[in-house]
Ligand binder design. Structure first.
Ligand code: IPE
Ligand code: IPE
Ligand code: MG
Length: 250
């Protein structure tokens, strides 16, 4: 079912979309190529998705680019991914500026190679006043690690009498996550036919709609994003209430 732009209701656009960009390796293999060829060809999909999302009025797009578990891949592949990150960020900076895109990163960023950290920080700094759209890269990201980290930081504040135990709530936990400056996820997309979350944004997707597609990430284009948003718009987000309550806006 292919959806065109016209089928999308512009009054009901998800504010925050998160994507598990999966299937680069299988895409390359299907073409008789090395896995890294798939990663290189993921860039068009990223550009198309970010452009389509921002044109529709999505404000936040968060892309799972490298998980804490991905460090266990062969060194050659990890190195290639890190160098791809650096060259892409450098190359795309003028486009981010032209399109008024703010770049953000979540994850254990200090685990990244020094050069990648440096370029990433430069791009974040250079785009920090851009307002149209926030593009967040999850790099060396693991949701459990993020939560462990938040618990440690909150505990330190409790010990130092900066936070009272009784005052710990959703908001305080949110403010100690890597995503402290992002709203909850409305729509999470995973490509390549896998139907799992793989340690991505566990806290933040509490009430997200999930969309799974068989498309391999390097093949993902605007129309696939439209499909996902169309799917999202045809769900009823009840947040624990009944259908009748949602209809009468109770
Ligand atoms: C997703 O594609 C990209 C990263 C995890 C970095 P994969 O590399 O996981 O591709 P498959 O799942 O092996 O096809
Ligand atoms: C999830 O994909 C991580 C990213 C897309 C960066 P993986 O390919 O690493 O996930 P699993 O291993 O299939 O769960
Ligand atoms: Mg994969």
């Amino acid at each position: 079912m292919k959806k065109e732009l016209q089928s999308i209701n512009l009054q009901n656009i998800p504010n925050h979309i998160a994507v598990i960009m999966d299937g680069n390796g299988r895409w390359a293999k299907s073409k008789g190529m090395q896995r890294v060829f798939g990663h290189r060809n993921a860039l068009t999909a990223i550009r198309e998705t970010a452009d389509a999302a921002s044109e529709l009025g999505v404000k936040h797009l968060t892309l799972y680019a490298f998980s804490t578990e991905n460090w266990n891949r062969p060194k050659l592949e990890v190195d290639a991914l890190m160098s791809l990150l650096v060259t892409t960020l450098k190359k795309e900076l003028p486009e981010f500026q032209r399109k008024n895109v703010k770049i953000n990163a979540i994850g254990s960023l200090t685990s990244l190679p020094k050069n990648a950290q440096k370029v990433l920080n430069e791009v974040i700094e250079a785009t920090k006043n851009n307002t149209h759209f926030t593009l967040t890269f999850a790099l060396s990201y693991g949701s459990r690690e993020e939560i462990v980290n938040a618990i440690k930081n909150i505990s330190k504040k409790v010990v130092n009498n900066e936070i009272e135990i009784e005052k710990i709530d959703d908001k305080i936990i949110n403010s100690h996550l890597y995503t402290f400056n992002l709203p909850d996820v409305d729509l999470m997309i995973r490509t390549s036919g896998e139907q799992r979350i793989s340690n991505f944004l566990l806290w933040q997707i509490a009430y997200a709609e999930l969309h799974f597609t068989d498309v391999l990430w390097p093949d993902f284009r605007k129309e696939h994003l439209y499909n996902a948003i169309y799917d999202y718009q045809n769900r009823e987000r009840r947040f624990g209430k009944t259908s009748e309550q949602i209809e009468t806006n109770e």
